[in-house]
Design a protein around this ligand. Structure first.
Ligand SMILES: Cc1ncc(COP(=O)(O)O)c(C=O)c1O
Length: 456
């Protein structure tokens, strides 16, 4: 009751919007941008955007963003306007080499001609139908994903977190289905230190960073975190018989670019097999060619019961996928799960173009070669820099661990025309460029990173 009263107080203290003579709401904090209708320019400065390289047009847009968006993102003070290949351009025409690819999304770079054709053709034919109906691109994409993976069945969602959410539900349903008379089928999960599985309440519960989870508790109960690599502890927990699934990234991206060892993944496989727990590989970031293998787990020869995918699959359009075996899929019935948008013809046709391009031996071996080249370049150029603790990764997902916050280097690189990301506890620079990046572009990127780090 006290809680309700305080909410009411907050609501009644909010300004009540009024309408102008055109019937548009006038809101106290609305901001005008050049091509926008909304009134009342605010003059509040944006500190982060006050760098000399930020034009007035960009500053205006950033102000406008602040006045209309929920503040979930600590954005970089750049307004990106267009992209082609591995280059993106801001509102003022400044060029950047994109070594972030969104966040490991634009694997084919920007405006890839095959992807564009797939999107344009499908958009002008049929963009969306609900999952009440069949559609050709959805079935074709599912067939394609099954042909090139361990899986027998596919479920489409719209993002990585949704794919993991579906994997959580499927894992629980699988056990409930397998223990029809039990009042106590396994419902719990194991996840690992430095894991990242998403932001919805189930996937968030599997995500290790306390600061992401704590403000939203209670979240899904029954998750135990184990040190990444510690199979013995997983074995001890799984033996208790209440673990539905173990979620693991074969290569952790957000967590700081940590690769699993073969012993770890094969240990998890046999521990799960012994205890009849499911093994879920989250390849949302590391899958689909990023490591130089189509799936990151192929490097280990260890296969999961469920794999989740998302980021790069539709070349920048929203998609998520659960790939699984017939054994798991047979526990799922109509109505158990679903999504309005998922698996639309438009998104699936785009994804088909992406998979067709990435899943060729020459494309994948090029990624592996370019990844090795990038690591060699960095090792050479950063040699002797005392801030660098380690350069690691596989294929074109590479981390540079520093003895200092990575944000300063990320900012300096951006000022000098190269976009890179942070990871881990903020001390790792993450490089996840489009997989189509050229050797020359890698050389340029490594040079800028090294020069910027030397100047810090
Ligand atoms: C391994 C992994 N899983 C899940 C997610 C969540 O994906 P999304 O942001 O599409 O919900 C991410 C996002 O970074 C990720 O890296």
């Amino acid at each position: 009751m006290a809680h309700l009263q305080s909410l009411n107080t907050i609501h009644s203290s909010l300004p009540i919007p009024s309408k102008n003579n055109k019937g548009l709401f006038i809101k106290p904090h609305a901001v005008k941008i050049s091509s926008c209708l909304v009134s009342d320019v605010t003059t509040k400065p944006i500190t982060a955007a006050n760098s000399t390289s930020v034009s007035n047009a960009s500053k205006e847009l950033m102000e406008a963003d602040k006045s209309v968006m929920v503040g979930t993102y600590a954005r970089t003070p750049v307004v990106l306007e267009r992209g082609i290949g591995c280059k993106v351009y801001d509102l003022d025409g400044k060029e950047y080499l994109d070594m972030a690819a969104g966040i490991a999304v634009n694997s084919l770079g920007h405006a890839d001609p095959d992807w564009l054709k797939a999107v344009n053709d499908q958009a002008s034919t049929l963009a969306h139908v609900s999952n009440v109906f069949y559609s050709v691109p959805q079935v074709k994409l599912a067939q394609r994903l099954i042909e090139c993976s361990f899986a027998d069945r596919v479920f489409f969602s719209n993002s990585g977190t949704e794919a993991n959410e579906a994997a959580i539900k499927f894992s629980r349903k699988y056990h409930r289905h397998g223990h029809p008379n039990s009042t106590n089928p396994p419902t719990e999960f194991i996840a690992f230190s430095n894991s990242f599985h998403g932001r919805t309440l189930g996937a968030l519960a599997l995500t290790s960073k306390e600061q992401y989870r704590a403000p939203f508790e209670p979240i899904m109960p029954g998750v135990t975190f184990v040190e990444y690599g510690n199979v013995e502890e997983v074995a001890r927990l799984v033996k208790k018989g209440n673990v539905a699934a173990v979620f693991v990234e074969p290569l952790q991206g957000e967590g700081g670019i940590h690769s699993a060892t073969k012993e770890f993944l094969s240990g998890l496989r046999s521990v799960c097999d012994d205890a009849v727990a499911l093994l879920v590989f989250d390849e949302v970031q590391c899958g689909l060619g990023r490591t130089g293998h189509l799936w990151a787990h192929e490097a280990y020869g260890i296969y999961p019961d469920i794999m989740t995918l998302a980021k790069p699959l539709a070349g920048g359009l929203p998609i998520g996928v659960v790939l699984t075996t017939q054994k798991v899929a047979s526990a799922i019935n109509p109505g158990d799960h679903g999504s309005t948008f998922a698996g639309s013809p438009l998104v699936c046709n785009a994804a088909l173009a992406v998979v067709n391009k990435i899943n060729t031996p020459s494309f994948l071996s090029d990624v592996a070669k370019k990844g090795n080249h990038l690591k060699e370049l960095l090792a050479k150029k950063l040699k002797g820099n005392t801030h660098v603790k380690e350069i690691r990764g596989a294929g074109l997902i590479v981390g540079i661990e520093l003895d200092m916050p990575a944000a300063e280097l990320v900012d300096a690189c951006r000022e000098n025309g190269v976009l890179v990301l942070t990871a881990g506890k903020g001390n790792v620079v993450r490089l996840v460029p489009p997989l189509v990046i050229s050797m020359e572009e890698l050389e340029f990127g490594a040079e800028v990173i090294s020069n910027c780090l030397a100047a810090l």
